[in-house]
Design a protein around this ligand. Sequence first.
Ligand SMILES: Nc1ncnc2c1ncn2[C@@H]1O[C@H](COP(=O)(O)OP(=O)(O)OP(=O)(O)O)[C@@H](O)[C@H]1O
Ligand SMILES: [Mg+2]
Length: 657
Amino acid sequence: MTQTSFTENKVKILPESLINKIAAGEVVERPASVVKELLENAIDAGATEVQVSIKNGGKDLISILDNGCGMNESNAQLAVERHATSKIIDEEDLFRIRTLGFRGEALASIAAVSHFEILTCNDESHGATRIFIKGGCLEQVGKIGFPKGTKVTVERLFYNTPARLKFLKTTATELQHIQQHIVQKSLAHPHICFRLTHNRQMLLNLSGGQDLKTRIQQLFGEDFKEILMTVNHEETYLQFSGFISFPSKPRTSRRWQYIFVNERNIKSPSINHGIYDGYGTFLGKGQHPIFFLNLHIDPSEIDVNVHPAKTEIRFRNNQLVHTILSDQISRALKEGASRRFFGREHSHVQMPHTEVSGQIELPMEDSLPLEEFHSGDTPGARKTVHTKEARELPPRGSLKSTASRRKTTFLQENRTVQTKPVRESLKSHNEIQGTTVSSLSGPVDTGFAEVNDVRNLRLIEPLPESPKKIHVLGQFRKKYIIAENDAGLVLIDQRALHERLLYDIYVEVLQKKEVSVQTFKASLLLELSPQESVLLEQSMELLALSGFAVSPFGGSTFAVNTIPECLNEDQVEKVIREILDRLVLFGKRGQGDEILKDVCQVVAKHGAMFSEQELTQSEMECLLAQWEELGSPMSSIKEAPILVEFSLQELEKRLRH
Ligand SMILES: Nc1ncnc2c1ncn2[C@@H]1O[C@H](COP(=O)(O)OP(=O)(O)OP(=O)(O)O)[C@@H](O)[C@H]1O
Ligand SMILES: [Mg+2]
């Protein structure tokens, strides 16, 4: 058997019709690709009404009628040629693209593999043009009566490319793909009226002049109103607006995810990652958010000419797009969840937000405002209020009485108002409200229970009287607060909440350099490993700012003279070691914010109540009231949800047999 060597054959320029067929292979994959290209042409032509008619999943007929600008005869004749477009002129225009099409090849490609007819009119007084092309060969050009606009009819798609024809799926599948394109376009352009008929049956009739919200409801039903929250981010580099699902309403499919960049429906891993990262731990395994997002970005920042189908784009600064989206989605989710829960806007106590250009690497010594401090000292940290023997401190959860203690662990200057013992304040409130506090489980409510008094539970002063938007029903397994609010039934992870509040307050006082400390008369001695000693020596200023006054005691021994008030003596060694462990991870150069955030996390983690802790009604109310007052986020310091909620509808649905 002889083998033909391709290189021995003569090199020839391919005939135009074959070139068009090859190009069509990329642009026209299936009937839905024809629909997509024709819809894009109609939208670029400024149509406000688009009518799509299909027969047998588009395999027999696709016809798209629009009321856009139309074309005159000479333009129409050019339009069906390859590389003919009115949308770009020169190379620079490639980076200024504001239209959906620009490659000038869709009509020619479609016409190469079908029986193709275009009727178009840009001025009714001059009549309309009809062009008929069969398998890429121009068969007829003539005049016809037709109103302003364009109608393209494609019959017998792939009749001359049998291989492609064989790959077509069932009518139902092809129709589904077509519908998907119409849905995408109709979401990107809710002001346009779209209709779809299949085998003369009307499948979609979306009236025009809508906004995105109404369009979503037109397509997916009223239920979506309950699930979605609005997002809007106006920033010079990247603006976006649209709707995303509440963190508590994830789906198990990616079906309802739509991204439009400058009105173009696209797939972009960096955008998707940004959104998923924004949801963070709000999403469990196999859970997916819903999103309908319109992004706007300067066309010179993107490259849409990646693939003939134009569904992929490249961003000049991928990382920035990712960071903006994840930061903003995360912020919006927290605010949204908070609004839904408390029924009002919350102002979060947060570490300064990472700039969008983000990831600024700062040397540790520059990133912290430590210049004024000297190691082994505690300036900056508000000097101790009380001096006491460290051994007098009882372990957590077993303090005898609140009265014998100082009232607040952390005092915030702007909140310093006269204090009132919590029991009294809650009592007076309940008297005013005329309510009787009942508890599903746990001890009989006498305000803060004598035996169960939890350290650090009263974080701010004055203590809010009781939560306004949420009503505590009881406690579950010493771990969860059961409550109800307007949204429904809520289960709150009490330890995660306590830790969150401690963290937020600690961050705030730390930023103000007002960390309250407790001073030991007799220093506590810490025996460290040589590596830990080096790290501790380097970190003494950071620790001092955080409320830990540590000084060298010779060799690898260090003396601890003060600790933040929210900690106990028996926790000191563990906490300092954990802080050092985390500092190792940062290395010599770390990000200031991040390091402080970590220190705060360690302190909050150890300062918070145990994971199982019996709480009285008043104690639970006190926690929730402070949560409301502080406006802390609805997520834990590890960004996991603090609560789960069940709407009445959800409960009833589950109980329906
Ligand atoms: N429905 C329409 N109404 C008015 N003009 C149209 C319509 N469809 C196509 N045209 C004109 O025909 C030209 C060629 O269309 P075609 O779809 O082949 O290329 P394109 O849209 O410019 O680029 P692309 O290949 O990326 O779609 C367009 O540039 C436009 O001027
Ligand atoms: Mg086009």
